[in-house]
Design a protein around this ligand. Structure first.
Ligand SMILES: [Zn+2]
Length: 89
């Protein structure tokens, strides 16, 4: 599969890091799933009057694992700035 590597340069602190297009795609997919799960979790919470069911507890566990695995490739890992320059590596 076509896989390009990108170079990211932070405008704020000058940190340089790399991410491949495959990684960026993966992170995007993960973020979508997290958002989706957040929405479902909220709906379940509302209908259950805030009492977490076994299903919600399990969902929350998966959700926190996914949140740990997620890191925005377009955000500086050092200063968390979004002011980054993306270029082909
Ligand atoms: Zn930075």
């Amino acid at each position: 599969m076509f896989n390009t590597e990108y170079k990211f340069t932070c405008k704020r602190c000058g940190r340089i890091w790399y991410a491949s297009s495959k990684e960026i795609r993966e992170q995007k997919r993960l973020k979508r799933e997290i958002n989706l799960m957040n929405t479902t979790a909220n709906v379940t919470k509302l209908s259950r009057l805030g009492i977490p069911t076994k299903k919600v507890q399990r969902q929350n566990a998966i959700l926190s694992t996914m949140k740990l695995a997620y890191s925005d490739p377009k955000r500086c890992p050092d200063c968390r700035s979004r002011k980054v320059i993306k270029s082909k590596a």
